[in-house]
Design a protein. Structure first.
Length: 74
């Protein structure tokens, strides 16, 4: 399944909120896929810590931003 958006409000970052939300998704699904802007290093590092791996790079059609496609599997 594709995660179209995954955001934690800035005032709640660093408190385990994102980790808890991702754990729930990973307990529910056997495979997850998402995109992350290459300039969003903090988010990419978070996804790597959650077990996601790089699949490919592309350009976001709507914004023109370079983004990476990442995937996680049980």
């Amino acid at each position: 399944d594709f995660i179209a958006g995954f955001f934690v409000d800035e005032k709640h970052r660093g408190r385990g909120v994102g980790t808890a939300l991702m754990a729930k998704l990973q307990a529910t699904y056997s495979k997850l896929r998402l995109t992350v802007y290459q300039k969003n290093i903090r988010a990419a590092q978070f996804y790597k810590r959650q077990g996601f791996s790089f699949l490919t790079s592309r350009q976001d059609e709507g914004t023109g931003e370079a983004e990476d496609v990442m995937v996680w599997q049980k």
